[in-house]
Design a protein around this ligand. Sequence first.
Ligand SMILES: *Cc1c(COP(=O)(O)O)cnc(C)c1O
Length: 260
Amino acid sequence: AIYSRHSFAVYPLVVQASGATAVVTAAKNWGNDLEAMLAAVTEATRLIFLANPNNPTGTWVDRISLQAFLEKLPANIIVVLDEAYFEYVTETDYPDGLTLLQDFPNVIVTRTFSKAYGLAGLRVGYGISNRSIADILNRVRQPFNVNSLALAAAEAALDDIAFIETSKKMNTAGLAQLTNAFDELGLSYIPSVANFVAVRIGQHTKTLSAMTVYKKLLHSGVIVRPVDNYDMPDYLRITIGLEQENEKFIDALKQVLLSK
Ligand SMILES: *Cc1c(COP(=O)(O)O)cnc(C)c1O
């Protein structure tokens, strides 16, 4: 199984748990490098994980690049197109994975109710693929793997288009709020289309590591995410919150950086 460096932490876990061999490709501008992934394909390759947008970097691949990648890829290799943050993306050339299923029957699109729908505690998500892949997945999945309350909530959530629109608007505004603050503070960050943004801490503040900033923020009641386990020791991943929550984080960050 192939996946990129700085990609979702669950991929190495499931690859190892299934006894497969992980092939980790280099990242390009912190995101999935589709050329590198193609170059890594061998006779032994069975599956590729592609998070679009990617977690924890927030990077994404556009429609033309993804289409070209799928065209070059041998059709017997499964592509798990992980669209956990699909609902947040506003870019017009961001590809909706579902539109690719017709031409590329080796693609499985996965989505979740854990992010934009705010139902992470219910543990419900879904995959969409062609029938023969779905049939195989159905043979190995646990029976009743989604409980009835989660199913009822998911069904209601799918109809709640207004909620998703509100989430999306709030997220777009919050992303600008955070990146404006980073610009003001002279902090660089990875351009993101998801509901989080990875900001670089290590650069100006040589005395303050990302881990130190993380701990200091924690003391002021703000929880952010260290990403050293993603080979990103200089970065912190900040989840976009409500306007006042973002403000609280920005104030706390200023305090920490100024009081070094
Ligand atoms: C959160 C996330 C998922 C799915 O999360 P669940 O809560 O297990 O549905 C899948 N892929 C990525 C990249 C994620 O960040």
